[in-house]
Design a protein. Structure first.
Lengths: 112, 110
């Protein structure tokens, strides 16, 4: 079936360091989305990438969609303690009535 | 505006007991509805999704079932809970592609 592989599973950083999480699909995606889940909370939508090679920024967060639309990354510059949580990518292949397939998530901890 | 209600927030149930979790959506029509489960420190596992009343797709074989008796109501059920059913259950809806999640139910089976 269609899957999205996300790495790493865990990432521990010192405050101020950068952080990157990667997602990969074996087949071409229609779009990819990113969500953040704070500890004890529920996933919240961050952004959607649709175009090949697309790059979007939200303050210290940079989202990229690969040229082949099979991979994506989320990069956080100069992490802060407020960045802690689990970051999920979710792939959509344009079928199944909008059903998303989530990656396993990357749990980010930031040490002050 | 659209909102999603999921209850209860926490639940402790004995093994072998039944389960009923309810999710309702307001402010939208004919949403796609989803039930996900999340084990502690893990990713999101899609359990069921529904594109309309009475239409349920099951993603994985398991001890759970889902029903959609009304357009904006999605129910997750079990006749007899197992220890392995413990986890964080999330209801979500989408119209189009983006998913919106409920607050979740933390289920502990003891």
């Amino acid at each position: 079936g269609q899957q999205v592989m996300q790495i790493p599973q865990y990432q521990h950083v010192q405050e101020g360091e950068d952080f990157t999480t990667y997602c990969n699909s074996s087949t071409t995606l229609s779009n990819i989305q990113w969500y953040k889940q704070r500890p004890g909370g529920h996933p919240v939508f961050l952004i959607q990438l649709v175009k090949s090679g697309e790059v979007k920024k939200q303050k210290r967060l940079t989202f990229q969609f690969g040229e082949a639309k099979k991979n994506s990354s989320l990069h956080i510059t100069a992490t802060q303690t407020t960045d802690v949580g689990t970051y999920f990518c979710a792939g959509y292949w344009g079928t199944s009535y909008g059903k998303l397939t989530f990656g396993q998530g990357t749990i980010l901890t930031v040490h002050p | 505006s659209q909102t999603i209600h999921q209850w209860p927030a926490t639940l402790v149930q004995p093994v072998g007991s039944p389960l009923s979790l309810e999710c309702t959506v307001e402010g939208t029509s004919n949403p796609n509805l989803y039930w996900y489960r999340q084990a502690a420190g893990r990713g999101l596992q899609l359990l069921f999704y529904s594109v309309g009343i009475g239409q349920i797709s099951s993603e994985v074989p398991q001890n759970l079932s889902a029903s959609r008796p009304q357009d904006r109501q999605f129910i997750l059920s079990s006749k007899k809970l197992l220890l392995s059913d413990s986890g964080f259950y999330l209801c979500a809806w989408s119209v189009g592609i983006q998913a919106f999640f409920g607050q979740g139910t933390r289920l502990t089976v003891v």
